[in-house]
Structures are given as C-alpha cells and as structure tokens.
Design a protein. Structure first.
Length: 133
C-alpha cells in the first residue's frame, strides 16, 4: 500500500467537505421546519401555532370570508388545545401578519446559515457554523 498522492488527498478532502456541507445544510433545513412547526405567536394572551396546518387554516378563513361564504367570528385552534375566535378582518390580518413574519424570519435565518455553510472551504469551517436558533 502507498499513501495517497496530492491529487487523491485533494479529492478525498473535497468529498469530505461536500459531505459535511450536505449534512449541515440538511440539519439547518430540518431545524427550520421544526421551529416553524413548533412555533407560536401570541394574540391577546392566546398562543396561536405557526405550523403549516394553522397557516392553511388562516388562508382558508381569509378565503371564505373574502368570498362571502362566512362571517366573523371564526375559530382557530390555540396551542393549549383551546380556541381563539378571530373577531374581524383586522384581527385576521394581524394574526396572519404575525404568523407570516415568524415564518419568514425563521426561513431567512436558515438561509443566512446555509449561505455561511456554502461559503466554507474546510470541514472545520463547516463544523464551526452553529445553528443556535
């Protein structure tokens, strides 16, 4: 057996770097999803989930109200198992805005972390990128 030459070592290093980046990017993406699914915003003292199912519910409520198929108040699930009654379009817009801001901010933080990972030139640099969200 012989030691790898420079080209072989460089190829191994490049493969290790790519694998480290993929693993770190996957972890960042997974955490972004977990944060959104587990997140909440507080409206009048009631925590409303930022999970995708609640985002869809808010869009559905907005749609049926806009089409004249329903009126306010409209219920939405609270994270404590209770219900929050959305009292008006202003209330719905406020809730939707807070949820969207939480989701978009969480995604932006993930994108910033992914950019740091993609800019790394060594496995050690990749390992040093910390997702402390």
């Amino acid at each position: 057996l012989r030691a790898p030459n420079e080209q072989e070592t460089a190829a191994f290093d490049a493969a290790d770097l790519q694998a480290a980046k993929v693993a770190k990017l996957d972890a960042i993406n997974a955490k972004t999803g977990q944060l959104i699914e587990a997140g909440s915003v507080v409206i009048n003292g009631v925590a409303i989930s930022t999970a995708l199912t609640n985002q869809v519910s808010l869009q559905g409520i907005d749609s049926i109200i806009e089409k004249g198929l329903a009126t306010f108040p409209q219920p939405i699930s609270a994270t404590n198992g209770g219900t929050y009654l959305i009292s008006s379009q202003t209330d719905l817009d406020r809730i939707g805005g807070l949820v969207a801001t939480f989701v978009m901010t969480t995604k932006a933080e993930g994108r910033a972390l992914r950019a740091l990972v993609l800019a790394c030139n060594t496995v050690a640099e990749v390992d040093a990128v910390e997702d402390s969200r």
